[in-house]
Ligand binder design. Sequence first.
Ligand SMILES: [Zn+2]
Length: 624
Amino acid sequence: MKRLFLITIAALFTSAAIAQQPIAQKLIYYSISFPNAAHHEAEVVMTIPQAPETLRFRMSRSSAGRYATHEFGKNIYNIKVTDIEGNPLPFTQLEGDLYEVGAHPANIKVSYTLFGNWTDGTYTSIDPSHAHLNMPATFMWVIGQEKRPLKFEFNDLDKYGWKVATQLKPEGSNIYSAPDMQYMMDSPTELSNYKITNWDVTNTDGKKEKINVTIHSDDSQNVVDNFGKMVQKLVQEEKAVYGEFPAYDYGEYTFLTDVYPTTSGDGMEHRNSTCIVDPLDKVAGNEGDLLGIFSHEYFHSWNVKRIRPKSLEPFNFEHANMSSELWFAEGFTQYYGELLLTRSGFNTLDDYTQTIAGLVNQILNTPGASKYPATQMSRYSVFADAGVSIDPNNNVNDFTSYYTYGGAIALALDLRLRSEFNLTLDDYMRQVWLARGKVMKPYTISDLQNDLGKVTNNPKFAADFFKRYINGTDKNNYDELLGKAGLVLRKMQPGIAWVGSLATKPGRGRAGQQLAAGAEGLPILSSTIIGTPVYKAGLDAGDIILKADGQTITDTKSFSDVIAGKKPGDKVTVNYKNRTGAHETTIVLEESPYFEVVTFEKAGKPLSKEQEAFRTNWLQSKIK
Ligand SMILES: [Zn+2]
């Protein structure tokens, strides 16, 4: 009782002293508390010493690493502006998320209530179990003051039994700092009773760094420790690609992990940390699933957080930065994320052949990749990356993800470097790391081309590769390239009749739900795909299939039953209706263009010594 009382007095004294600090130190000071965590609210006070004469402050509209815009301003209310003594000052709301203060003294305070109930790598969620804070969704900021140092005071930690996990610099007790606004935005912070496991790694220059894995979940310390050992292996495998770890600020890197059934599934990279959330019951039993996100996000601590496209620098928190380089920043990271799971023994060769088939189908069998270069698909990220809108898009016909598109390009380049140059994609990544990432020189696409010319000592090859496969829509010969590793690329369903995807599952929105509930026939609820038999027959969203070959169609099964007895080339007469009345069309059945990848062994073909050596070199562990 006595001891508690003493602590309270001490705490009061400390915070009173701290309140004077920001004014004296001229830094922007944020204090966040959680009096109403049960209802997902936080109270934020921002102290601005020496505020500029034209004082505008705002909430962000975008978040570093998430490429579409988000309206974080919608979850901010009870905004108040006062002088340092608490006397109210007038201010106006210029835009949904932008405010301007009228005549004001030098030192002022802005306070507001923040609502957050979405746990992922972009938004904020607050409840008594945690405050999962992504900074653009949490803290307002002052326009024109982005270079000023910042401090953060995280309150109510004892009340909820929380600890702080973050890449922000610890400044004693519950205070943390960031050198500027860009750094703050890149530093997600998890306040919770997480478990932690950590270990030291020795970098190539002999310096020690610490890797932390914090996990907010219903797991025992034992499970967390064991999972940490798996991550440890993966981390070493990733280092082997580049030959060294990045020099992490303050000597630490932290995986901020949150596993619970109501979280989103997401990973978001940062300079010295990553935010990973997964809607699983717990880590125990799901380690393999989780490692995929760890593998991808950790690779970003080199590729995108340090090997940085010029187009993302500096990050604009009022708009979405548009980048033509995401096929490299995300796509090559996608390729390595999967490859490194195989190299470190967490995925089997058969798992990996399925991954490869996925990449090859994306680049060879999607309308987006056949029409547009990877650079253009990268720019679509400003709409695609968790961008939210209520009307449908035509992505199945106009967009191929830069993750898989770029991943397939990385696969081809790796196999070509190995077979034509006796080099590997690792050699190229190391070249880009040394020329760009390590020295923090943001790159352009022509820089990437130069680096490929340098590593191959063949600028002509680099120019041709970039012209045809990066800036153009030519495709590499995957069949031939995979053959070098003793893998067969072949049709998944040879000789079987196929109509294409019909998109008959009810999507979002009332129209789809009502159509689906309409009982009669089989409604098509979203765009059919260019080049497929149903598309060629003129069928699309809004059509309801009533009969096929004279048989009444009531659902997907009755439709596929009609197709099942047929061969590619056969015709099916379809009766359908839409808003313009009843119609008839003919679907000419084809063979599915989709591929699978299998080993020579599985395909019953002899595997040569060269193929075996090529495959081993590619997929075996590189940890020395
Ligand atoms: Zn990524």
